[in-house]
Design a protein around this ligand. Structure first.
Ligand SMILES: Nc1ncnc2c1ncn2[C@@H]1O[C@H](COP(=O)(O)OP(=O)(O)OP(=O)(O)O)[C@@H](O)[C@H]1O
Ligand SMILES: O=P(O)(O)OC[C@H]1O[C@H](OP(=O)(O)OP(=O)(O)O)[C@H](O)[C@@H]1O
Ligand SMILES: [Mg+2]
Length: 282
């Protein structure tokens, strides 16, 4: 059985379970379930606090896990990222009251509140700054108004929370994060079950990012048309009963689909259809 750690709460939990479900794995129905066996797929899921996942995987107790890159780095665990999952994107940033501090070089002697003390201490050391780090569990923005710190380092997604707290971003992001799959550092056993798991998740990412596009085009225009829809390897071109025309089938990124359909139509293509992809192995 492959033993996989999955976030049980917070921003990572629902999208992680949704992705696993789409990849054909059983997921829990009740949020109180801590362990779930998916016997058909020979996988055992452990629902754990996102912060703890790198610790379990780094110690080798679990084979792989899903967590945030920021949480992985902050844990200092002996684990490494092996796949990016494209959800729970955020940045870790410094912020302060407008006009108080404007650059990391001015942090000397200040207090910095954060839920990511490991990452922040390392970043301050890199910049040769001597500041004290105050570890808080959450709602870090309030630390400034309550006088616990002059600066915070916190997760920023849309920036709404910072704005509402009357704070302003300082300097470039400390790091950019997203959900990732992790394994124990250097664990390159090439375990077939892990490879299969990663291929399934890759299939979900492809299914989410691409649509299948079909269209008919006059044979003499096919080269020009397939330049617009090159697909991943090469588009399928099939003859039509009317010999002056061919049918083309190709994968197109979802975000380009409408523009590509307009361009194909202008070029003379007709019967242009897109369909969703449910699953894929490339
Ligand atoms: N808007 C967001 N707020 C919090 N975390 C986010 C957000 N967007 C993405 N993330 C990512 O989610 C992970 C945070 O996990 P965590 O379990 O702390 O979630 P949380 O939503 O903050 O839940 P909690 O209420 O337990 O603090 C980090 O990897 C973080 O980068
Ligand atoms: O830039 P935004 O879109 O506003 O999102 C960022 C906010 O979301 C998170 O808070 P969360 O709701 O997880 O509460 P917490 O601080 O208690 O963890 C994070 O800590 C920020 O406060
Ligand atoms: Mg939080």
């Amino acid at each position: 059985m492959l033993r996989i750690a999955v976030p049980n709460k917070g921003s990572l939990s629902e999208p992680a379970s949704a992705m696993l479900h789409e990849a054909g794995y059983r997921q829990r129905k009740d949020r109180r379930e801590l362990v779930l066996i998916d016997a058909n797929n020979e996988v055992e899921f452990f629902f754990l606090r996102p912060r703890d996942i790198a610790v379990y995987v780094g110690s080798g107790k679990l084979d792989i896990g899903i967590t945030g890159r920021d949480l992985l780095l902050d844990s200092g665990a002996e684990a490494e990222e092996i796949k990016q999952l494209g959800f729970a994107g955020s940045t870790l940033r410094y912020a302060a009251r407008p006009g108080t501090v404007t650059d990391v070089s001015q942090f000397d002697g200040l207090s910095i509140a954060t839920s990511f003390p490991g990452v922040v201490r390392a970043h301050l050391a890199e910049h040769g700054v001597q500041a004290s780090v105050v570890r808080l569990d959450g709602a870090v923005e309030t630390a400034i108004s309550l006088g616990v710190a002059e600066v915070i380092a916190d997760v920023v997604e849309t920036g709404t929370t910072l704005r509402q707290a009357g704070l302003e971003i300082i300097s470039a992001p400390i790091l950019e994060s997203e959900a990732v799959v992790i394994r124990r550092r250097g664990d390159d056993r090439a375990e077939p079950k892990v490879e299969q798991f990663l291929r399934r998740l890759q299939g979900v990412l492809v299914a989410r990012r691409y649509v299948m596009m079909d269209y008919d085009i006059r044979a003499e225009l096919v080269e020009k048309a397939v330049a617009l829809t090159p697909g991943l390897e090469s588009p399928t071109v099939s003859p039509l009963h009317d010999q002056g025309w061919v049918a083309v089938r190709s994968m197109v990124p979802v975000r380009d689909a409408q523009r590509v359909m307009d361009d194909l139509y202008d070029m003379g293509a007709r019967a242009i259809l897109t369909t969703g992809i449910h699953a894929a192995r490339l």
